[in-house]
Design a binder for this molecule. Structure first.
Ligand code: PLP
Length: 426
């Protein structure tokens, strides 16, 4: 299996090269050149996310040296629970797929852990890899955690000073070798600019083997197909019908992964997106015109994206049907969090709440017709500042996040200049 750039101006490469590069040399995003087509019997004796992921991903790594390590990569990257729960006994057709039981409490753990295990095999002491990530949310924590303890791939995480919550900051700064957190004297845009300039500096890029851990990396999208497939297969085996998915979306990585799984023949019904007030996808779905916008800050901040990078992939995939897009503003998110607690005794994070709200807006027939699986993308504890006032109590620290609270932290302060970043990389 080879991967081609969405901009069609770069050579086809195998999985390890596409993962290592992050972005293609022509500035495009890598997509598989063809998609394997599975019959469901191939999964008959597979039940866990790790086992299903391994079978599903095998053809995607066919001509790559990583194929040899795929079993170990899947087993160690997908080693936490992915419960499918039914919040309301009176609504058996509503399920929530909790994707936040990994070590940093967000679904980003799947992609980051898989990516780093691949990079650790791809890189070597003579050919180092440095993942450079600018973050204001869940990606940085997941990347730091995934990189910790690795030998050949290090992570350098940039975040804006004084602009993230205390828990988020801990979660970026608590990882040991080979992870470095850089606190930038500037805002998130400064962090992104520094990272972009570093990537385009060929000398710097080559010296440190810079690459990205953003969801432009195909190494994050491939593993995300695994839990969608696991959830769909489990439901299909039980009932013979295909569940619909409702996906809280920002940069569209999670949604594109679900679409890729459906293209491979997984029994997935309609795919519905829920966004916050950032309206590019909603407008596109309504009008057919895609207009990139500046991001608006919302309380579902991991989805504050005005110009989702994976739109470029969505646009190129054949059969990439999105069935509906619902745009949910702050007010509706808050109301849905309160309502979900009152009605189901369930606490949703603001991102998950956009999908629960989208479910309530589906027309009656669509709701009656099939099971809907809502992705819960983060543990509500991570967004306690938003959630607690709405539910009138404090969200409990879950076991998977407890160690973050007690670890030592270390951070390097840098000015928002290219020279300061280059010095910190050295
Ligand atoms: C990253 C993130 C999203 C958005 O996922 P995309 O793949 O960027 O669409 C949603 N919810 C949470 C909690 C996230 O961290």
């Amino acid at each position: 299996m080879n991967y081609l750039s969405t901009r069609k101006n770069a050579p086809a490469v195998a999985a390890d090269r596409a993962i290592r590069a992050g972005v293609a040399p022509d500035g495009g995003l890598y997509l598989p050149q063809t998609f394997p087509s599975f019959s469901l019997e191939q999964f008959d004796d597979k039940h866990s996310v790790a086992d299903i992921g391994e079978t599903l991903l095998r053809p995607f790594f066919e001509n790559s040296p990583l194929a040899e390590n795929l079993t170990a990569i899947c087993q160690s990257a997908f080693n936490f629970n992915v419960p499918l729960i039914q919040p309301d006994p009176s609504q058996p057709d509503l399920s929530i797929l909790e994707l936040f039981h990994g070590p940093t409490g967000a679904f980003k753990d799947f992609g980051a852990r898989f990516l780093f295990r691949c990079l650790d095999h791809i890189a070597s002491p003579a050919d180092p890899v440095t993942v450079l990530a600018a973050t204001s949310g869940d990606t940085g924590g997941a990347v730091g955690c995934a990189a910790e303890g690795g030998s050949n791939a290090r992570a350098v995480i940039l975040y804006p000073k004084g602009r993230i919550s205390a828990f988020q900051e801990r979660q970026l700064c608590c990882w040991s070798h080979p992870v470095n957190a850089l606190r930038v004297d500037g805002d998130f845009d400064d962090c992104q600019r520094l990272v972009k300039t570093a990537f385009s500096n060929i000398a710097l890029s080559t010296e440190y083997g810079l690459t990205s851990a953003n969801s432009i990396s195909i190494g994050r999208l491939l593993p995300q197909m695994s839990y969608w497939s696991q959830a769909a297969l489990a439901h299909f085996r039980e009932t013979g019908s295909r569940p619909g998915f409702i996906i809280p979306s920002g940069n569209l990585g999670n949604a594109v992964a679900a679409i890729m799984a459906r293209i491979c023949g997984m029994p997935i019904g309609p795919i519905v997106l829920a966004t916050n007030a950032n309206g590019a996808l909603h407008h596109w779905q309504q009008s057919g015109d895609y207009i990139a916008r500046a991001a608006i800050a919302t309380i579902a901040n991991a989805m504050d994206v005005g110009n989702p990078s994976n739109f470029e992939r969505l646009n190129q995939l054949q059969n990439a049907k999105i069935d509906a897009v619902y745009k949910v503003d702050n007010c509706a998110i808050k109301a849905r969090i309160s309502d979900t607690l009152t009605k189901f005794d369930y606490i949703a994070c603001p991102h998950t709440a956009t999908a629960l709200e989208a479910y309530s807006r589906l027309d009656h027939r669509a709701r009656q017709h099939r099971r809907w699986i809502i992705a819960a993308t983060a543990h509500p504890y991570k967004f306690a500042d938003v959630v607690d006032p709405l539910i009138g109590t404090s969200t409990n620290l879950p076991a998977n996040l407890a160690s973050v609270a007690t670890r030592d932290v270390s951070v390097t302060d840098i000015a928002a200049t290219d020279r300061a970043l280059a010095a910190a990389l050295a």
